[in-house]
Design a protein around this ligand. Sequence first.
Ligand code: GRF
Length: 201
Amino acid sequence: MIAEPPRLGVLASGTGTILGAILDAGIPVRAVILDRVCPAAALADEAGVQTEVVERESYGDDFDRVAYTHRVVEALKRHQIDVVAMAGFGTVLASPIFEVYPGRILNTHPALLPSFKGWHAVRDAIAFGAKVTGTTVHIATEEVDAGPILAQEAVRVEPGDSEETLHERIKVVERRLYPETIRQFLQEIQLLEEIQRGGIS
Ligand code: GRF
């Protein structure tokens, strides 16, 4: 039996250029979930993709990360999402999402993991004096920026690079590599489901 293509949900927060690249690559996106009102929402709207803002109630010490993660999971379930792609999502999520979508959450990080983990990967690479950095597409796990690597590409740090100029050159690569990797991942999940249903032997 032929399995349905997995339904992709994208989590975004920022300018949404990575989301834009996923949409431009023609990858079907079922829903975009945002943690704040941001330009990524307009991109999704223009592409006719449903959006849902799961607004954070706090950015302070009282932020309940687990409760917030449950709200994100509920939103993903409402849209019947099978695979999640994080595209510059500004909130670190807690264990519940990794329990509901084990091995099915992808992330793109603007450095060559395991180097320069965390929010300031581009700034940290410049500060360290790295001559080469890059981008990593990986499976997201509860431990931040630590899951299995699916794809990587190097980007040279040029003399005089600022965080902005270097990040933009990295993003040029991400906008190609992430959609390619997502497409391949979705095909592999679909194939796996067909094998599990006994459609392919
Ligand atoms: C990308 O560099 C991604 O690796 C990082 O956040 C950035 C998102 O860019 N996690 P944009 O907001 O989609 O332009």
